[in-house]
Design a protein around this ligand. Structure first.
Ligand code: C2O
Ligand code: CU
Length: 578
């Protein structure tokens, strides 16, 4: 019955949509560009009229709504002045960029109202489409939905040598797709599953005039929840040229491309010979597999999302952007570059450390019955805490992370600081579309994904980076963890202490070391060697734990105690057997 009503409503909705597209189309907003090495980002409040007769409060950067596109060159040192003119605190995260933790704009780099945060860093990433958005503790969805999200495009010399469209707003277009919820007063609402308003670059019912030649789209899924299955209404293929972190090895001809929240791709579309035609960029939601937000079903029975069936966008195909083909512009690109940038993934046998992140529901109270589709969710049985550290990584180590999804909804996992290579997804090597540098990967219900990465360049004993689900409800509800990257060569005699009074003796030692602390019981003790490789692990069974080091080679080691509150203490010790 519900299904019947849904389909009936769909028919009505489709007719309605068609009417809207004829009568109430809006030219796609192309966010203005900022370039150079100093960027002033004035974060401010504003209003927009999305629906006739109502005023919706919004946020914007250097304007009332949405955020400019930043274009930078690899190798440049840049300064970003984030001027917070909101009445509330914010943060600004450079999603995908390899920067020091203190410049990352995670929840710890709070920018209070009426203050300015000015990180300076060198652009180290390869040419790619990144983005930037707020990341405040529990505040990401609200601030992103209200308009704070922009592209952060990196250019480099290798990309410049390839015959690709690259004139912003002429043959190279930002395409930020977001679904939003509005409440009865037409105010942007969060933590709802009624995200039926579809925006591209902050424009409702948009059209774009595209020249009759090869055009590049930089697609970002900036939605809070919804995944899209992109395709063109006339069935023509397009060509994927990049993943999150840069260009692919070679372009891939596709008719469909799935993108989950936080992910980006770059595609080429060949409009040659199509003058005066109009087609649509669509999402073929009817083809999304069960479990992905946007598919016909997510979860089952008691483990379902409230109102999911009532959201008419779920499980249907819909238009996102009308493309009107107009006359070619000067110096058009007319061919699809086939070979792009050689892909040299990290050698999987070089990994020395392995970790597993389990995505699962969290029981907050003993009698709670957590919903496997709706949450609350955690990672490794924890929710995010500002003063905890969940993982400690040693600088210059190569690690394999395994992500396991024990819930009934697909979660897009994102990690800061690094780009990774997917090794395995659903038991298979990555598809060509994901066989490149990534910083977000969608983990299907019941599935596990393995990726490899190397933690390089930046270490900080205090400020962590984040990893989290990029469904913004989930992130805000605490489906996030933190990790420190620590430079073992930089730890003086005994340091990094988050919890008090962990003792380790004797030091140096040749036979045993004893670890002692008041609340040691139940803590995890690990020992890593000077290369960061974990060589020993035990769960402390009392307040004093003796560890046999007779089989350790002489040298320097790092002993880490992670207590039950995820507070870490790291002590350096020396094994010397003479
Ligand atoms: Cu796009 Cu941690 O964020
Ligand atoms: Cu999630």
């Amino acid at each position: 019955m519900i299904l019947f009503f849904k389909k009936l409503f769909l028919t009505v909705a489709v007719i309605f949509t068609a009417t809207v597209f004829v009568s109430a189309q809006n030219q796609l907003f192309i966010p203005p560009v900022l370039t150079g090495t100093t960027f002033n980002l004035n974060v401010q409040t504003g209003t927009q009229t999305f629906y006739i007769g109502t005023t919706t409060p919004t946020y914007g950067i250097n304007g009332a709504w949405m955020s400019p596109t930043l274009i930078v060159n690899k190798g440049d040192s840049i300064t970003l002045n984030v001027i917070n003119n909101l009445p509330v605190a914010t943060t600004m995260h450079w999603h995908g960029l390899h920067v020091a933790a203190m410049n990352d704009g995670g929840p710890h780099q709070i920018i209070n109202a009426s203050t300015t945060w000015s990180p300076t860093f060198k652009v180290r990433n390869n040419a790619a489409t990144f983005w930037y958005h707020p990341h405040g503790e529990g505040k990401t969805e609200q601030q992103v939905s209200k308009g704070l999200a922009g592209l952060f495009i990196v250019k480099d010399a290798a990309e410049a040598l390839i015959n690709l469209p690259r004139t912003y707003g002429a043959d190279d277009f930002p395409i930020i797709v977001q679904s939003k919820s509005f409440d009865v007063l037409q105010q942007i609402a969060i933590a709802t599953d009624m995200d039926t308003a579809l925006f591209v670059n902050g424009t409702l019912n948009p059209f774009l005039n595209v020249p009759e030649q090869v055009v590049r789209f930089r697609l970002l899924n900036g939605s809070s929840l919804r995944s899209y299955n992109f395709g063109l209404s006339n069935g023509q293929n397009f060509y994927q040229i990049a993943t999150d972190g840069g260009l692919l090895d070679s372009s891939i001809s596709l008719s469909r491309l799935k993108l989950s929240p936080g992910e980006r791709v770059e595609i080429l579309i060949d409009f040659s010979g199509m003058l005066s035609q109009s087609i649509f960029l669509q999402s073929f939601g009817s083809e999304l597999p069960t479990g992905i937000y946007g598919a016909d079903t997510v979860g089952m029975g008691m483990d379902s999302i409230h109102e999911y069936e009532e959201n008419y966008l779920n499980g249907i195909d819909f238009n996102l952007l009308q493309l009107n083909i107009v006359a070619a512009i000067a110096n058009p690109v007319t061919t699809i570059a086939s070979s792009l940038i050689p892909y040299n993934p990290i050698n999987s046998s070089s990994a020395t450390n392995f970790r597993t992140i389990v995505m699962d529901t969290l029981r907050l109270l003993p009698m709670d019955q957590p919903n496997l589709a709706e949450g609350p969710f955690g990672m490794n049985n924890q929710t995010f805490h500002m003063d905890s550290i969940n993982e400690i990584v040693y600088l210059n180590t190569t690690e394999v992370w395994t992500l396991k999804n024990k819930t009934l909804i697909a979660h897009p996992f994102h990690i800061h600081d690094i780009q990774f290579n997917i090794l395995e997804k659903s038991g298979l090597p990555p598809s060509p579309s994901e066989n490149g540098w990534k910083d977000v990967v969608l983990v299907m219900p019941g599935d596990s994904v393995k990726f490899i990465t190397k933690f390089e360049t930046f270490a900080d004993n205090i400020t962590p980076y984040m990893y989290h689900c990029h469904l913004l409800h989930h992130e805000d509800d605490g489906m996030m963890g933190s990790f420190l990257v620590i430079d073992t060569f930089n730890i003086s005699t005994t340091e990094i202490t988050q919890s008090t009074s962990v003792k380790i003796y004797p030091n140096p030692s040749g036979i045993n070391v004893t670890v002692e602390a008041m609340q040691l019981y139940g803590s995890t003790i690990t020992i890593n060697n000077i290369l960061g490789k974990e060589i020993f692990r035990v769960m402390a069974a009392s307040s004093s734990q003796k560890i046999n080091v007779r089989n350790f080679a002489d040298g320097i080691y790092f002993l880490k105690v992670m207590n039950n509150n995820n507070q870490a203490t790291i002590k350096k010790f020396i094994v010397s057997k003479n």
